[in-house]
Design a protein around this ligand. Structure first.
Ligand code: NAD
Length: 505
C-alpha cells in the first residue's frame, strides 16, 4: 500500500488531516501523488483567525526561547535531530510520495536536515561576536549577536523538508522561533516534519519554537509576509514569488532572505575528463527530474569536443529509467503536476520554433502521473535560443558551443539568474580564471570545478546572486542572517571623551 507511510507517521489520525479527501474543497487542500495523479490526503487550511492564534504562539514562544542559553538551545536542536533521525526512512518515503523524488534523494533530503542540525549544535557554542580596540582611553567596544524574533519561513515544493531544516535549525539555535508556511504541494511532509520538531522541543519544556501555518498564498502567505511581528521572512521559491515577497517586506522595512530560481550552466573545456563530465552533467541535469534550483539547464561545450560529449550524454540518457520514484532502479521520477508537464511541452515547442534541435527526449511519457522524457536540445548556430533564458522546472538541457573561455563565461553569466555554475577542465589556469578573485569569472553564488551544478554540502553558504535573490542559508556564517547585531561601547574610566577628537566643554 503506497500510503502506509501516512499511518506510520501518525498522519492518518492527525486532526488537520482529512483522509479520503479527493479534491480541494473550501478550507481543505488535497495533496496528490505525482507518480499516479491520485490523492493522498487532504489538510485543513488556516484562516485569518487560526493564523493569528499560531502567530501569537510563535511570538510568545520567542519571548521564552531567547532566554534559554544558546548551548542549551543546542541540546534541544540535538533532540529534534534525534527525532528526525529515528524517522528518516519514513520521512524520506513521504517526500518521494508527495513530490516524486526517487527514494535515495528523499532520504538525502532528510539527511540534509540532520547534517544542518549537527552544524547548529556546534554553532550553539560559537555565536561569536568581535571585540575591537577603541580610539578612546578606558573604553571597550564589542559586537554581540542577539536573537531576532519569530522568523517566517516560506518553502518551495521541491525541497519540502530540507529548506525548512536549513532555516529552522539555524534560526532556532540563534534564539528565534520559527513559523513555517510550506508549499501546498507538500503539506503532509511539512506536517510530519513539524510535529517531530515541535514534540521534541515541547518534551524539553519549550513551547512555540516550531509552528506551522498552511494556507493559500493570497490569504495566509500575503498576511504573513506583511506581518510586522515577523522581522525576517526567509522565502524560497520562484523569482516571481521573490519579487512580490521582497517588495512587501521592504515596504515595511523588514528583512528578507530570498532563495530564488536558477539557470545554471556547466562549461566543458577541450582538456576535460569527458567521462567525469558526462556523469556530473547527467546527474545535475536529470536528477530530481530537473526540479532542483541548481539543476544544470545549460551546457556550454568547446566546439572541438561537442560531438563527443553530446554522444556520451545521449547514450547516458538512453539508459535512464523514468518511473515510480519508490521503485528500485528508477533515476527520474515525475514532475510535480500536470501544469509542470505543460510547461515542459511549451518550452520544447518554443525551443524548436527558435531553431533548437531536439537530440533526445522531447515528449511526455505516455503513462498515468506526470512523467516526461529527459531532453537535450542543441541551440542553433550563433547560440541564440531565447527560451534558454527562462528557468523551466523540468529536465531540459540546452547545449551551446564556444571557442574561447571568455566567450563561454560571458554566455554563462548572460542570464538573469545567478545561482550555480561549474567548469570541467584539466587546466589550473582555466579553473582559476573561472573562479577569478577579481570577480570576472562566474557571477554565481556557487561555483564548482569538475563537478556538476547540483549537490551542495551544508558546510558552505548556499544561495545565489542577481535574480536568485542574494540570500545565503546553511553553513559558514549564514547564521548571522537570523540574529541582530549590537555594537556595544563601554566607558570604564571616569573621563568624558568623544570620538573623532570632538571637544564639547
Ligand atoms: P513558488 O514560487 O511557486 O512557491 C514557493 C513558496 O512561495 C510556496 O510556499 C508558495 O506558497 C509561496 N508563495 C507564493 N506566492 C506567495 C506570496 N505572494 N506570498 C507568500 N508566499 C507565497 O515556487 P515552487 O514552484 O514551489 O518552487 C520552485 C521554485 O523554487 C524554482 O524557481 C526553484 O528554482 C526555486 N527554489 C530555489 C531554491 C534556492 O535555494 N535558491 C531552492 C529550492 C527551490
Amino acid at each position: 500500500m503506497r500510503t502506509g507511510v501516512l499511518q506510520r507517521l501518525g498522519l492518518d489520525s492527525h486532526p488537520r488531516v482529512v483522509m479520503g479527501a479527493r479534491e480541494n474543497a473550501p478550507g481543505v487542500a488535497v495533496s496528490f501523488d505525482p507518480a499516479t495523479g491520485q490523492p493522498l490526503a487532504g489538510v485543513r487550511l488556516d484562516n485569518a483567525e487560526s493564523y493569528e492564534r499560531t502567530l501569537r504562539t510563535s511570538v510568545e514562544g520567542f519571548k521564552a526561547w531567547r532566554n534559554v542559553p544558546a548551548p542549551v538551545r543546542g541540546q534541544v536542536i540535538r533532540a529534534v535531530a534525534d527525532g528526525i533521525r529515528a524517522r528518516k526512512d519514513d520521512l524520506g518515503e513521504l517526500i518521494s510520495l508527495e513530490v516524486g523524488k526517487i527514494r535515495s534523494e528523499g532520504l538525502g533530503e532528510v539527511q540534509e536536515t540532520i547534517d544542518i542540525a549537527d552544524f547548529a549544535v556546534g554553532l550553539s557554542r560559537q555565536l561569536y561576536g568581535l571585540t575591537m580596540p577603541s580610539e578612546r582611553r578606558d573604553h571597550a567596544i564589542r559586537e554581540q549577536w542577539l536573537p531576532l524574533g519569530p522568523v517566517g519561513v516560506i518553502t518551495a515544493f521541491n525541497f519540502p523538508h530540507a529548506v525548512w531544516g536549513w532555516n529552522a535549525m539555524l534560526g532556532a539555535v540563534c534564539g528565534d522561533s520559527i513559523l513555517w508556511k510550506p508549499s501546498l504541494f507538500a503539506p503532509l511532509t511539512a506536517l510530519a516534519t513539524n510535529e517531530i520538531a515541535r514534540a521534541a522541543a515541547e518534551r524539553l519544556g519549550h513551547k512555540g519554537v516550531f509552528e506551522l501555518v498552511m494556507g493559500l498564498d493570497a490569504e495566509i502567505g500575503e498576511r504573513m509576509v506583511a506581518d510586522r511581528r515577523l522581522p525576517l521572512i526567509s522565502a524560497t521559491g520562484s523569482c516571481r514569488m521573490g519579487r512580490r515577497v521582497g517588495a512587501v517586506v521592504a515596504e515595511r522595512l523588514g528583512r528578507s532572505l530570498l532563495e530564488l530560481g536558477g539557470n545554471n550552466a556547466v562549461i566543458v573545456e577541450p582538456d576535460a575528463d569527458l567521462a567525469l563530465a558526462a556523469r556530473g552533467i547527467t546527474f545535475s541535469a536529470v536528477g530530481t527530474a530537473g526540479q532542483r534550483c541548481t539543476t544544470t539547464r545549460r551546457l556550454i561545450v568547446h566546439e572541438s569536443i561537442a560531438g563527443d560529449l553530446i554522444a556520451r550524454l545521449v547514450k547516458a540518457y538512453a539508459s535512464i529509467k523514468v518511473g515510480d520514484p519508490l521503485a528500485e532502479g528508477t533515476l527520474v521520477g515525475p514532475l510535480i503536476s500536470e501544469a509542470a508537464v505543460q510547461g515542459y511541452e511549451r518550452a520544447i515547442a518554443a525551443a524548436r520554433a527558435q531553431g533548437g534541435e531536439v537530440l533526445t527526449g522531447g515528449q511526455r511519457v505516455n503513462a498515468p502521473g506526470h512523467f516526461v522524457a529527459p531532453t537535450i536540445i542543441r541551440a542553433p548556430a550563433g547560440n541564440i535560443l531565447p527560451i534558454a533564458r527562462d528557468e523551466t522546472f523540468a529536465p531540459i538541457l540546452y547545449v551551446f558551443t564556444f571557442k574561447t573561455l571568455d566567450e563561454a563565461i560571458a554566455l554563462q553569466n548572460g542570464v538573469d539568474q545567478g545561482l550555480s555554475s561549474a567548469i570541467f577542465t584539466g587546466s589550473m589556469r582555466s579553473a582559476e580564471r573561472f573562479l577569478s578573485p577579481h570577480g570576472t569569472g562566474s557571477d554565481c553564488g556557487l561555483a564548482y570545478v569538475n563537478l556538476g551544478t547540483s549537490g551542495a554540502e551544508i558546510g558552505g553558504a548556499f544561495g545565489g546572486e542577481k535574480d536568485t535573490g542574494g540570500g545565503r542559508e546553511s553553513g559558514s556564517d549564514s547564521w548571522k542572517a537570523y540574529m541582530r547585531r549590537q555594537t556595544c561601547t563601554i566607558n570604564f574610566g571616569s573621563e568624558f571623551t568623544l570620538a573623532q577628537g570632538i571637544r564639547f566643554e
